[in-house]
Write a protein that binds this ligand. Structure first.
Ligand SMILES: [Zn+2]
Length: 140
């Protein structure tokens, strides 16, 4: 469950999410148990009214209130994108010779943008020509 808290001026004030899942060795009956349904139902409204900067322990205490809860591990999470200029190079090469030649003729640097992290990578004409050389000559 994901949620975004929007202020009265329509500016996002915060966002967060909760992932609750059965452990891998849970049996099918666990998914239909009343406890599991209760926990699932508690997640929905909780996402809409999560206080900003709520501690994970507080959120878990609300979701699992009245149930036997024990924390077995805790770890920080962070957004990390694995994109790189080299990955974009490989993606450009998969477009093929014709597309790369078009980009190289444009005489302006080619701008690529990662859709996950919005990082921008630029490829100048010389770089595009180098990629074309790496593709080899199709007439050879
Ligand atoms: Zn990225």
């Amino acid at each position: 469950m994901l949620g975004v808290l929007i202020g009265t001026d329509l500016v996002p004030l915060g966002s967060g999410g909760i992932v609750v899942q059965l452990l891998p060795d849970a049996v099918n009956d666990d998914a239909s148990s009343p406890h599991w349904r209760t926990v699932s139902q508690r997640c929905r409204p909780l996402v809409r009214c999560l206080p900003l900067n709520s501690a994970p322990e507080e959120i878990a205490a609300q979701v699992f209130a009245g149930l036997d809860l024990s924390m077995i591990d805790k770890m920080d999470v962070a957004f990390n994108c694995e994109c790189s200029k080299e990955r974009f190079e490989r993606a450009l090469i998969t477009l093929g010779r014709q597309e790369l030649e078009q980009f190289a003729r444009a005489a302006e640097p080619l701008e690529t943008i990662c859709h996950f992290c919005s990082k921008r990578y630029f490829f100048n004409v010389g770089h595009l020509e180098q990629l074309l050389r790496e593709l080899g000559n199709p007439r050879e």
